[in-house]
Every structure is written in C-alpha cells, then in structure tokens.
Write a protein that binds this ligand. Structure first.
Ligand code: 6R9
Length: 654
C-alpha cells in the first residue's frame, strides 16, 4: 500500500489560520491539551454547558463495552435545553428560524414562538397517548413544523424516527414497522422543483394493505397543511395539525429524563439491504452536537446567521439544524426547496437576502454550482460569509479551492468535517483560527476524540501511510446501538478490532507526514488493481482536476488480468464537449490520470455521461455504476434521487 502513488498527498497548498478568528480562537487551542490531560473531565465540562435538572456525578460508564453510558445519573430535558432556557435567559425575541419556502413565502420564528408551538404539539401528542419511549415517525418537508415536531417528541421523552421526505412509501413502511411507531407526523405535501410534491399518499400507502402477521402499530397521523393538495382522509386516525395544535394548551412542563433516555432512531444504509436503525440518546448527544457546532463552526449566537443546508431527514439535519444550533440559541436559515429552484443560483440569493455568515453544506452541492459557473453565483452579494463547512464525502481539492475563492471570497476558512450517522456529531475537523488548513484533508481529531489509521491487524500505520480509520475511545454522541439488533451493532462496528476495542468506521484513510487525516472513501470503494490499492476518491479527484471535467465517478470493475480495473464515468463541461470529440477527450483524460497518479491508476474505460446516479442525500451510488461497468443488469435503484438516470447511463455506455 505504501507503494501507492498518491495524488492527494501531492496537494501542497496551505492556508494559515485567519486573523479574523484570532479572538474567538483564544482558549480553543488549549482544548486539545485539556482533553488530552483529562478526557472525561473535558467532556464533563462541555456537558455542564447544558441545563441539567439533576446534575450528573458519573461521566463515562464503559464497563460493558461496546455499550456506553454517558452522564448516566444526570437528568435533563433536551427540548428545554433547545428552547425554554433561551426564553428564560431573556432571548425569547431572538429569531430561531428564518424560514424560506420554495415559492418565496417566508416566516420568522422566534425562540418564544417556537417554544410555545412545541409546548402545544407536546400536549397534542400526549393527548394521543404518546409517552416516554414511544416511537413517532416524522415524514415532513423542510418547514418549521418539522423542527417543532422533533422537539415536541423529545420534550415528552418519546423517540423520533425522521424519514426523509423523498423516500418512497415502501421505505417509509419498513421504517415505521421496524420502529413500531405509534404516530406519524406528515404534511399534505411540500414544494420541490416548482411543484407541490405530495407526502400524505405515501403515508396512506405505507399504512394500508396490512398482510396477516403484519402488525399495525400506528394509531394516529398528524397532518400539517402545506401543499394544499387534496388528500384522502381516514376519520378517527387522521388529524389536521392546524386544527389540533392551536387548540392545545400552551402550558407544558418539560420533565427531566435520564441522560441515556433514547432520543431518536435514524435509519441508514449498510452493506446489506436492510437499513440499520441507528439509536442515539440524550445527554451525550446534545453535549457533543452543541459543543462541535460552537467550536467547529465558530458559532456566535448573538451575531451569526447560520445555515446548514441539510434536510432533517439526514443526521446532518438532526445534529446541525435541529439540536446543535438550537441548543446554542442560534439564528438559522431553513429552506424548503431544491438549490436550483426557481433559478440555478437560488441558494446564493438566500445567502444575500439573510446575510448568512456561516454556511455548512456538501461537496456534491459545491460541484453542481461549479457547473453553473462563478458568474451566476457571484451575481449575489456573498460578502457576509465568514466561515464555510463541508460534510458528507471527501471534498476534492479543486472543489475546496472553488468553495474558498468563489463562495468564501478567498478569506473564509473551510472546515471539512468527517463524521457519520453513527458518530452523531463531528469527529475530525480543522478548528477555525487554530488549524492551518489543507485542501482535501479533514485533518485532525477534535479535542476529546480518539482517531487512528490502522492496518488489518489493528496496528497504527504511521505517517505517510494508508489504512483503515478507527475511533479508539468512546465519545459522548456515539450510537448506543442498532434498534432491535444488538448483535448487528457489535458485529458491524466492533468485531473487526475487538482485541483493540476500536470502533471500525468503514472508511479508508491516510496519514500525511504531519499526521493529518485524509479520507479516501468507504473501504468498499477501494479498488485493488494488480495488487495495488487505489481509492475511487483519489482518481475522481485527479479527473476533476482536469479542465474539461465537471464531475466524475470511479469504480473498480472486475478484470481478468489485473483483478480489478479502474472504470470512470465522467461528465464534461459543455464548452469542451462543443469543441472536442468525446473519444478524444476520453483518451486525454486517461493519460491525464496516468500522469497525475501513475500508470497504475490509468482508467481502463472512461465513459462520457450526462448524469451520475445519486442518492437523495447526494452520494454517488457506485454499486450501480459497477453493474454497468461489468456488463450486468443494473441492481436496485429505488434509493436514487432520479430513478431514470441509470437507463440513460446504460444507453450512453452501450
Ligand atoms: C455526516 C454524514 C457517513 C460517511 C462516512 C464517510 C463519508 C462524511 C466526510 C466523509 C470524507 C468528510 N463522509 N463526511 N468522507 N470527508 N468530511 O455524512 O453521515 O450519511 O452517515 O455518511 O460519509 O464515508 O463514513 P452519513
């Protein structure tokens, strides 16, 4: 593996901590030493930033690994921490949500208003018989009610399972059934790409046609009116939010719950077909999401306008839209629609309109804006932006530079944050004002977090080498299990490095000469070509570094002589397609990759395509591309954002 020629590690650009962050960085640099000296004491200090009805006396209970308990004898109310306490501190008039609907309607919701709304919803849910430990499925568009619904469930000690609004009725049914949800909170519909996209019919379908042995756990469906589309109604089961919530009492006491009370289940895909219900609990989760949101995003709740573009259907939306920012009392933008509706630069219009200071988004979004070009983006005033964040996949250095120059005015620091649904909160990232940043590297474990890169035997690989990313110490926001399947939890994450007691993240990574971490993608995306390990991310990064390339996806396809061969799917920039033949460009790109990384990485095939298959969270589904590359029938495409894209690609390749 050490013989692998490395494109990413040839990245030598460096950006010193900006002076603009000098003041807020005071004390932040010391956190590393504080945490190194006394990790548990450090986390206890962070936890004490929250309001505890009953202060904890124990920090970590790791007596039965991998089942951790944090702050276990403490009691708190998560919703109280996100709402009431800010109102009680005199900040009730501060705006919590600057909401913008896709058609251009907008609402400002203050902390006082959101607190009242959540109290009413909590009363409605209790009136429907929902109590501590019951599960509530949430299937909503990005509207203020979505945030209110999550917090109302948390307030009464129940457990939410948010299902992304783009998921099908079948996926929704599987998630409702696995969790045994008692209530579903949905909407008639929401706006997407200029049209109302209905949601309620999927709920109706998910709850219909129960076969023998299929238990119906759902008693009520609470429906927000948003799309004003016509919906079917089941009397006795369905309830309009706009009738029930305003009629409910605005008095609701936030009762304390144990720190380890489950807060939510969030389903994520694993290597097998059945999604895993990742379980998170209260005290540790809120501690780490609030802490990381504060230090990684340099959040100043009194002055910042924060915008995390993630949907609440994903972990990023849970931790960095709902819980982290609200626990910190932040003012944030919430946007309902698609980034390019009704015009390609809509997001940047919103940045100007609301004066966004902190923007947290995903590389896939950045790359799609690169396609429309800087002129279209810079039509809007982006000068309010002072910090940029990236999450979800490795960010290639070219996208990183574009993000910095075009969006960040060549001044705003970028934090590339590595974490997972399972980790609950950010684990690896630069700290603004402290870390000298490197385009393409997530860099350093946060204070209090133990990270290593190891070989198959669990041995540290040493600087300059690649291996598997592991987490070496328990952390407060760690998953507490897989809902209903403790064995799968142990087996998936803890079995591989059982002797060392490490959590196996499933990602490949490399340590550079400074010991900084460079993520190389999921290990299932790592190819083995003639005995050399090559990362899909690495070759993709080389491809997009070519001036003709807009986007690229690489897979390892089985090959008779080399084991696996590199196959690339490339979207070219319009201007190059006009001036050159696709064959000529493909040949150029093959040599380019060979030049950039080494002959071993030269793609066997390059297919010029118009689009790439992506999940609704923007991750490229390489499994499907591998099917095409290996000449197989294309597999299950149901989790694609656009299910038609694979037939188009197959046709183009043929
Ligand atoms: C938060 C989130 C987790 C997987 C993770 C890794 C990839 C996330 C990354 C990154 C490189 C980053 N990932 N952030 N890879 N650099 N900054 O995305 O959670 O949807 O569970 O995905 O995403 O492969 O293992 P989730």
């Amino acid at each position: 593996m050490s013989s692998q020629i490395d494109h990413l590690l040839n990245e030598t650009r460096r950006f010193a901590p900006s002076d603009a962050f000098a003041e807020s960085a005071v004390g932040r640099a010391e956190l590393y030493q504080r945490a190194a000296d006394d990790r548990e004491g450090f986390w206890a200090e962070q936890a004490r930033e929250l309001h505890w009805h009953t202060p904890f006396t124990e920090v970590l209970d790791w007596s039965t690994p991998p089942f951790a308990k944090w702050f276990a004898d403490g009691e708190l109310n998560v919703a109280y921490n996100c709402l009431d306490r800010h109102v009680e501190a005199g900040n009730g008039d501060r705006v919590a949500l600057l909401w913008e609907g896709e058609p251009g309607d907008s609402r400002r919701v203050t902390y006082a208003e959101l607190t009242d709304e959540v109290k009413r919803v909590a009363n409605v849910l209790e009136g429907l018989g929902v109590g501590e430990g019951d599960r509530v499925a949430i299937y909503l568009p990005m509207i203020p009610e979505a945030v209110a619904a999550m917090l109302a469930v948390a307030r009464i000690g129940a457990i939410h399972s948010v299902v992304f609004g783009g998921f099908s009725a079948d996926s929704l049914r599987a998630r409702i059934d696995d969790a045994g949800a008692k209530v579903v909170i949905t909407a008639d519909g929401g706006y997407r790409k200029g049209k109302v996209s209905a949601l309620k019919p999927a709920v109706d379908a998910a709850l219909s046609d129960r076969g023998a042995g299929e238990q119906e756990t759902v008693e009520h469906v609470l429906v927000v009116r948003r799309g004003e589309n016509t919906v079917d109604w089941t009397d006795g089961r369905d309830i309009w939010w706009h009738e029930a919530v305003p009629a409910a009492s605005v008095d609701h006491e936030a009762k304390p719950f144990p720190a380890e009370n489950p807060l939510f289940i969030l389903y994520t895909s694993g290597t097998t077909g059945k999604p895993k219900g990742i379980l998170h609990t209260s005290g540790g989760y809120l501690t780490q999401t609030a802490f990381t949101n504060r230090v990684v995003h340099d959040l100043h709740p009194e002055t910042d306008v924060y915008w995390c573009t993630a949907d609440i259907g994903w972990i990023t939306g849970h931790s960095y839209v709902t819980y982290g920012p609200l626990a910190n009392g932040a003012t944030q933008v919430l946007y309902e629609g698609t980034p390019d509706s009704p015009h390609p630069a809509r997001w940047w219009e919103l940045v100007e309109k609301y004066g966004v200071t902190i923007l947290y988004t995903a590389p896939t979004a950045i790359r799609s804006f690169m396609k429309i070009g800087r002129t279209a983006v810079q039509k809007f005033d982006l000068s309010s932006i002072r910090l940029l964040g990236s999450v979800g996949e490795p960010i290639n250095p070219e996208a990183w530079m574009w993000y910095r120059e075009v969006i960040g005015g060549d001044a705003a620091p970028i934090v590339d944050t590595w974490w997972q649904t399972e980790t609950g909160a950010i684990m690896i990232s630069a700290l603004p004002g402290v870390t000298e940043t490197k385009p393409g590297s997530a860099q350093v474990p946060l204070p209090g977090i133990g990270v290593d890169v190891v070989d198959e035997a669990g041995e540290h690989v040493g600087n300059g080498n690649g291996g598997l990313l592991v987490l070496t110490e328990p952390w407060p926001s760690m998953l507490r299990g897989i809902w209903g399947d403790p064995e799968r939890f142990v087996e998936t994450y803890w079995e591989k490095f059982r002797d060392q007691g490490y959590y196996f993240a499933g990602d490949g990574a490399r340590l550079d000469e400074d010991g900084d971490v460079w993520l190389l993608g999921r290990v299932d995306d790592v190819m083995n070509v003639s005995g050399h390990r090559l990362s899909t991310a690495e070759i993709e990064s080389a491809l997009v570094a070519h001036e003709a390339t807009a986007e690229a996806a690489v897979v390892g396809a089985s090959d008779e002589t080399t084991g696996q061969a590199v196959v690339a799917f490339v979207i070219l920039k319009e201007s190059f397609l006009k001036a050159h033949s696709p064959e000529g460009l493909a040949a150029q790109l093959r040599s380019w990759v060979a030049e950039q990384i080494g002959p071993i990485a030269r793609p066997r095939d390059i297919y010029i395509v118009g689009e790439l298959p992506k999940t609704r969270s923007g991750k490229i589904m390489r499994r499907l591309l591998r099917d095409v590359a290996e000449g197989r029938e294309v597999g299950d495409t149901t989790t694609l954002a656009d299910t038609a894209v694979m037939s188009v690609i197959s046709a183009q390749v043929r």
